[in-house]
Design a protein around this ligand. Structure first.
Ligand code: ADP
Ligand code: ASP
Ligand code: MG
Length: 440
């Protein structure tokens, strides 16, 4: 079985949605199709939710009306028969009645999450009806029936597998099984989500749970590029990556994949293929356990990083110090991304700052604390580059004119991470492109 995931831009226009229907049908065998919301919808839902949280009912209603118009015209381009257009209209109006109901009620975090889920719920329903119109043997399988996260917001892969098995067994004769990306239930059984960009993660969780033959992530670019195409002009697609390389790139800012996408796939050794909906003939990227040694593969950047410095003379020759530091982060459920230490100081970086104040209060017991917010991590990735001679020299040569704040290398053989000021990010990425990949 294959898992095929289509992102927002791949379903963002009626002709694109029709195109992916053709793509799905041209793919042999039974498949699970994971869809995102139409492009722009989740952003609009976030804006509506923010207005409602702030008590700006009028602004929220305006946004809802604009979004509804968008869907009204979308379905006109999607269905060819009057009968299916009527079904589409009924669907859209049902969704918008529900959204307005959410908006007029007591609006809290729970209703906010329910509102965010509407994007994927509506896109899958519209796609399903399109396949029905084309007389395709398809079925809608609600993600809220099997996708769940625990109290630490971690997906429950085993439970997902146990729930999916009987559901899929009952759909053995169905060619195309459609489900929602991004949305799930939390440990209180409420509607929740896998964070922005989470549809990739859904696809990988399903692929791992059913031990799929392959997970295909279809998007608007021809695979993972060697550098961030939003910032650097000349980038190129990479044909092969190892799970570790792709994982580090996704985690350290390559937006093409949700940061956790690779984890479930890697666990069960299910290859992940990145493909371009706009250019299906393009080779794309295959991510698997096969690696090519010793070459720079790609560079990525992650913004809004917070650096914390802990200076303490008590650390000198002491054991157990780092454990106590790490415990503070563990208690506050805050993952550490990078770390570097000397005899009397530890520098580390975190991504989420929800608990920063209480973390700092706790850390102050150990010594002097300095915090620098809004920093950028540049991450250079390549299979086993950590074991090669002259690698650091090349990276530092490329960054000669960029002040480097912190370096981490050797923790993983596949990655060299460098913290810089965000103002130098563009220069750093362009210079790494020129020096490591010879592109000018
Ligand atoms: P989707 O809506 O299909 O999930 P995304 O916008 O989330 O698509 O991801 C695709 C985008 O990721 C590309 O359009 C590209 O701008 C961006 N991107 C950032 N870094 C990379 C990279 N290294 N390789 C490819 N795409 C990247
Ligand atoms: N629709 C969600 C988002 O925009 C999930 C996704 O697209 O992957 O973040
Ligand atoms: Mg995405």
């Amino acid at each position: 079985m294959l898992v095929l995931k289509f992102g927002g831009t791949s379903v963002g226009k009626p002709e694109r949605m029709k195109k992916i229907a053709d793509l799905v049908l041209a793919t042999p065998g039974q498949k699970v199709v994971v869809l995102s919301a139409l492009s722009g919808t989740t952003n609009a839902l976030v804006a509506i939710g923010d207005h409602l949280m702030a008590g700006s009912q009028n602004l929220a209603e305006k946004e809802i009306a604009t979004l509804e118009k968008h869907y009204d015209s979308f379905i006109k381009g999607l269905y060819s028969s009057e009968a299916f257009l009527a079904i589409g209209q009924e669907t859209v109006s049902r969704f918008f009645i529900f959204m307005r109901l959410l908006a007029t009620g007591q609006f809290d975090v729970k209703s906010y999450r329910e509102l965010l889920a509407q994007g994927e719920l509506i896109s899958t329903e519209l796609f399903y009806q399109h396949l029905q119109e084309q007389k395709v043997n398809s079925r809608l399988l609600p993600a809220l029936h099997f996708m769940s996260i625990d109290e630490n917001e971690e997906p429950e892969l085993e439970k997902i597998e146990q729930r999916l098995k009987p559901l899929l067994a009952s759909l053995k004769n169905v060619d195309v099984i459609i489900t929602q990306g991004y949305i799930c239930r939390n440990h209180r059984n409420e509607i929740d989500n896998l964070k922005r960009g989470g549809s990739d993660y859904t696809a990988s969780l399903i692929g791992a749970a059913i031990r799929a033959e392959e997970i295909q992530i279809w998007t608007d670019i021809d695979g993972m590029h060697n550098n961030d195409p939003r910032i650097v002009k000349k980038t190129f697609p990479i044909s092969e990556l190892t799970f570790d390389e792709a994982s580090e790139l996704a985690y350290f800012g390559a937006k093409i994949l949700h940061p956790s996408t690779i984890v479930p796939a890697q666990k069960y050794n299910v290859p992940v293929r990145l493909k371009n909906t706009m250019d299906e003939k393009a080779e794309g990227t295959i991510i698997s356990n096969k690696g090519i040694e010793g070459t720079f593969k790609a560079v990525a950047a992650k913004d809004n990083i917070t650096v914390i410095n802990i200076k303490s003379s008590r650390m000198l020759m002491a054991y157990g110090f780092l454990r106590r530091v790490f415990e503070v982060f563990e208690q506050h459920k805050t993952p550490i991304d990078m770390i570097s230490t000397s005899e009397v100081a530890v520098s580390l970086t975190i991504d989420g700052i929800d608990n920063l104040d209480s973390i700092i209060t706790e850390l102050k017991k150990f010594g002097t604390i300095e915090v620098e917010k809004n920093q950028t991590i540049i991450c250079v990735v390549g299979h086993n580059i950590g074991k090669q001679k002259g690698i650091l020299e090349k990276v530092f040569h490329a960054l000669a004119s960029v002040p480097v704040r912190m370096v981490s290398c050797g923790g993983s053989n596949n990655n060299i991470s460098i913290v810089i000021e965000p103002a130098f990010k563009e220069r750093a990425l362009i210079s790494l492109n020129e020096n490591l990949f010879g592109i000018r």
